[in-house]
Design a protein around this ligand. Structure first.
Ligand SMILES: Nc1ncnc2c1ncn2[C@@H]1O[C@H](COP(=O)(O)OP(=O)(O)OP(=O)(O)O)[C@@H](O)[C@H]1O
Length: 253
């Protein structure tokens, strides 16, 4: 499995298996995510991507296997503890407060962090940080609009801004480009590359394969719960197993 330059893995899964009754959603998956770059996690529908994310955030207990953050085994830790350790995520189905403004959706994450006593970096200056994140993510012009009133593509960026409020070291993004226009996706890619350049480790589940190929230094490919390839974009595109998994589905471009 090739690893990008940049040191020890931030996240490692070791032999993760998740079974739902007789259905093996994730099957003995070992992979890693490095800091300072964007790592892709792709695969056809039902491949197990979201389930694997859920085991990393603590929302899903694995049937077997371990999750390590910076080499520390966090498999038994609850969701809030993992968040405090620096894991943040966005959701495939948006989980925003629809009747709040864009600004308040971001701000509320800061209030929650400050309310938690175990936040590792002390309290956040919520107003200043909200302004900074809205600017960073290009949301300032729509900051006062209600989330129910903005396009889905923009709402996905609000989720990212909200996740950044927790000052994560690892950011898991579940289909963040879905619903974005081509122009929005280009801007989004630029923003993610900028975030990774600051040292953040980003793991991207995404069906927009051209985006994944452009942005990711390493890509892991799941199919029917199994890890069938890991490597650079060129390496995974050249993998016969990956090509076979995608036949009849999306085109690898
Ligand atoms: N809570 C659950 N109970 C039972 N089966 C589940 C549950 N969650 C997921 N599954 C099953 O596990 C498998 C993997 O699903 P998962 O959502 O992780 O795939 P995915 O790669 O994220 O798919 P998609 O790209 O369509 O979002 C599927 O067969 C799905 O039906």
């Amino acid at each position: 499995m090739s690893e990008p330059s940049g040191g020890a893995p931030l996240l490692e899964t070791r032999g993760i298996t998740v079974r739902f009754g007789g259905n093996t959603a994730v099957d003995d998956v070992s992979l890693s995510v490095a800091p300072g770059c964007v790592t892709g996690l792709i695969g056809p529908n039902g491949a197990g991507k979201t389930t694997l994310f859920n085991t990393v955030t603590g929302m899903q207990r694995p049937t077997s296997g371990r999750v390590l953050l910076d080499g520390t085994d966090i498999t038994g830790r609850p969701v809030a503890k993992r968040a405090a350790l620096g894991i943040a995520r966005t959701f495939q189905r948006l989980e925003l407060f629809l009747t709040l403004s864009v600004r308040d959706n971001v701000r509320v994450a800061g209030d929650i962090v400050n309310a938690g006593r175990r936040f590792r970096g002390g309290s956040i200056d919520v107003e200043a940080e909200t302004d900074r994140l809205l600017e960073l993510t290009g949301l300032t012009p729509i900051a006062d609009r209600e989330v129910s009133d903005i396009p889905t593509g923009r709402a996905r960026v609000v989720e990212v801004a909200r996740a950044l409020m927790t000052k994560p070291r690892l950011l898991l993004l579940d289909e963040p480009a879905s619903g974005q226009t081509e122009h929005e996706t280009d801007e989004f890619a630029e923003m993610l590359a900028g975030l990774a350049a600051t040292g953040l480790g980003i793991c991207l589940v995404e069906h927009d394969l051209p985006l994944v190929m452009k942005l990711c230094s390493t890509i892991h490919v799941l199919d029917q719960g199994r890890l069938i390839a890991s490597g650079t974009p060129a390496e995974v595109q050249a993998s016969p197993e990956v090509v076979a998994a995608y036949i009849g589905g999306e085109v690898l471009a």
